[in-house]
Design a protein around this ligand. Structure first.
Ligand code: CUA
Length: 316
């Protein structure tokens, strides 16, 4: 018994320590679909919590009340033959509870799956890759791992994968949606507050699944426009290296799971670099199989300027 209480206390403290909103609750919802999911969650938690407390207290009370008190092991208890009213009550109440939960869920569901009618939703393609996220905006801009969106606007997501199954999940902006090769799944959010919303690939997809983090950066519509019309382009090489290559090769290309790149002359041979990034090699996945020419140029420029240190300094 004592051990159980200690275990519960430890688990609760650990949860509080790792989460910002009190620990045990899901992250604060900031999109209409996430708010509805959260509402349904709290209704179910209310019922199940009350039942848990009721059942566990009765259990403890009965253990106490009917403890042996030195009674012989062979003594028979009083014989009971059914109790119609009690049996009716414990059949009817659960049926009512299940009906209420069902009603609440079916009431919330349309607002979770269907985006609110918006004059002009913003269409963004989310592409899952081993081991990063790539976003395509309507004007052709691309970004890696950071999805930029304007506040208060319905963002309609086409979720795809170029290799294996991933799962797009930004808890504050709605539930999970799988990214499945050969298929387009649809999802949406409408961020009600500016800010940075973090999430994580939620489908075990390979060695660096845990590194497949995503952020949704929600700003004003002017900030969004500035990003897709200019910053996306100027920042692309950095975003690609840090969001894709660095996962295995280190932030400075110093090496990690993958080999050191900083002194590899291949880095300044656009054709060779392009071939490897597009096709992969040995254990390296084809990370850039869907990259455009502009993306490859941006990467080449970035590694030339920031990563390549020359063959003379054979960094280790
Ligand atoms: Cu992608 Cu896990």
């Amino acid at each position: 018994m004592l051990l159980m209480f200690v275990a519960i206390a430890v688990l609760a403290t650990a949860a509080v320590a790792t989460a910002a909103n009190g620990g045990l609750a899901p992250s604060t919802p900031r999109s209409p679909n996430a708010i509805r999911t959260s509402d349904a969650y709290y209704v179910i938690l209310g019922f199940t919590g009350a039942i848990f407390i009721l059942v566990e207290s009765l259990l403890v009370a009965f253990i106490w009340k009917y403890r042996s008190r030195g009674r012989a092991r062979t003594t028979e208890g009083s014989q009971v033959h059914g109790h119609t009213r009690l049996e009716l009550i414990w059949t009817v109440i659960p049926v009512v509870i299940l009906c209420v939960i069902g009603l609440v869920v079916f009431y919330e569901l349309p607002g979770i799956s269907n985006a609110p009618a918006a004059a002009e939703p913003l269409h963004v393609t989310v592409e899952g890759h081993q081991f990063y996220w790539q976003f395509d905006y309507p004007n052709g801009a691309r970004s890696i791992n950071d999805l930029h969106a304007p506040v208060g606007q319905v963002v309609d997501l086409n979720v795809v994968s170029s290799d294996v199954v991933h799962s797009w999940w930004i808890p504050s902006l709605g539930g999970k949606i799988q990214a499945i090769p050969g298929r387009t799944n649809h999802f949406w959010f409408k961020a009600e507050k500016q800010g940075t919303y973090t999430g994580q690939c939620a489908e075990l997809c390979g060695l660096y699944h845990a590194k497949m983090e995503a952020r949704v950066l929600v700003g004003t519509s002017a900030q969004y426009t500035r990003f897709v019309t200019s910053t996306a382009k100027t920042d692309l090489g950095r975003a690609e290296f840090q969001g894709v290559c660095a996962t295995c090769h280190g932030m400075q290309g110093q090496g990690g799971y993958g080999p050191n790149l900083s002194s590899n002359p291949l880095l300044i041979q656009p054709a060779g670099l392009t071939a490897i990034v597009r096709n992969g090699r040995n254990r390296m996945p084809a990370v850039g199989d869907t990259w455009t020419k502009e993306q490859m140029q941006a990467l080449v420029q970035y590694v030339k300027a920031h990563i390549y240190k020359g063959t003379a300094t054979s960094g280790s």
